[in-house]
Design a protein around this ligand. Structure first.
Ligand code: 8YV
Length: 328
């Protein structure tokens, strides 16, 4: 057992109770302000830290890993996605990477479901009309959207979040279709009465709503190319709560503008926090600022996971949330 407290460097402000516990347990270096760190400051931080706690807003690339001192042994990320970390470079330097899976599943699925309802039912537009002072009253033909019940949902990536989305969607009368590297357990498939599509393009042409729930990895980068997006029905909607990079965003904006896709609900973007004006100017999209996991409860549980991962590692054990490249 390690007697010395690890030097733990946090790149962002975390919930107060998480920071307090980190101060008690570790030699924690906390930020005064909650702003993303520059690349240069990240490189400086890893020169003396035993443990780095980054978030999705930090690019832990090969240069940052190369700048790390030999004492850096753990990158304990605050979040589930690990596409901001060069896993191969970390592995080559013998640095363990952990994340916080499981605790943001239900929250993210809620936001996916909210977007699935908001876009076809024009909830965001309705909110604007109601506040504008220009609402002239109920009309038989006013603000008509499209029905959710009875439609087909196509989920790309049937992991924890995809499955949680499917469970919610069933309650709204959607039938479940999914594309995944492999079919889910037969019990889960039976529970959800889900149909597995080995071919993504076949599925895309046959569903009414597409929900992107796969992680962003080299294999899923621009998985939804212009060609694949063009296979969606013109009446179909797309929802993304995963990572912007899974979709060719420029192609999506073009297809939405041309009404070759009816609408989209997006929580994530290719170049966050920049959102392309091509998307912002469209009336048939609902845009959120990456709030899929943004609940107080979720953030506290993420903080707990980070602490447990660091303590487990520092005590000489393998943290349960160790990220293995092959899992992605
Ligand atoms: C997190 C996310 O809040 O966990 C993820 O992968 O996308 C977010 O919802 C973020 O990553 C924090 O680092």
């Amino acid at each position: 057992m390690n007697q010395k407290k690890p030097v733990v460097f946090l790149t962002r402000r975390l919930p107060e109770s998480t920071e307090t516990r980190m101060r008690e347990l570790f030699d924690a270096h906390l930020r005064d302000h909650d702003t993303p760190l520059s690349h240069a400051k990240l490189c400086a931080a890893v020169q003396s830290a035993d443990v780095l706690v980054p978030t999705v807003t930090d690019r832990i690339d090969a240069d940052v890993i190369a700048a790390a001192g030999d004492q850096l042994k753990l990158i304990a990320s605050f979040g589930t996605g690990v596409d901001h970390i060069d896993l191969a470079a970390a592995k080559a330097r013998g640095i363990t990477v952990t994340n916080t899976p499981g605790v943001l599943t239900e929250d993210t699925a809620d936001v996916a479901m909210a977007l699935m309802l908001a876009v076809p039912r024009r909830i965001a537009e309705g909110n604007q009309v109601a506040r504008s002072g220009e609402w002239t009253g109920w009309s038989p033909t006013g603000m008509l959207g499209h029905r959710i019940n009875g439609k087909r949902l196509g989920i790309i990536g049937m992991g924890r979040i995809g499955t949680a989305v499917a469970r919610r969607a069933r309650g709204f009368g959607l039938s479940i279709h999914y594309h995944n590297r492999k079919p889910v357990h037969p019990e889960t498939e039976a529970e959800l009465e889900a149909t597995y599509w080995d071919s993504l393009d076949q599925m895309l042409g046959r569903v009414d709503i597409v929900s992107v729930n796969c992680p962003h990895t080299p294999a899923t980068n621009h998985l939804l190319t212009r060609e694949l997006l063009s296979m969606m029905q013109p009446s179909a909607y797309l929802v993304n709560t995963s990572r912007g990079e899974v979709i060719d965003e420029a192609a999506l904006a073009d297809l939405l503008a041309d009404r070759q896709i009816a609408g989209a609900g997006l929580d994530v973007y290719e170049d966050e926090p920049r959102i392309t004006t091509a998307l912002v100017s469209l009336p048939n999209v609902v845009l959120l600022p990456h709030i899929g996991s943004a609940t107080i409860e979720g953030r506290l549980e993420m903080g707990d996971k980070v602490i447990i991962n660091i303590q487990t590692f520092w005590d000489g054990h393998t943290p349960r949330d160790r990220v293995i490249e092959a899992m992605l």
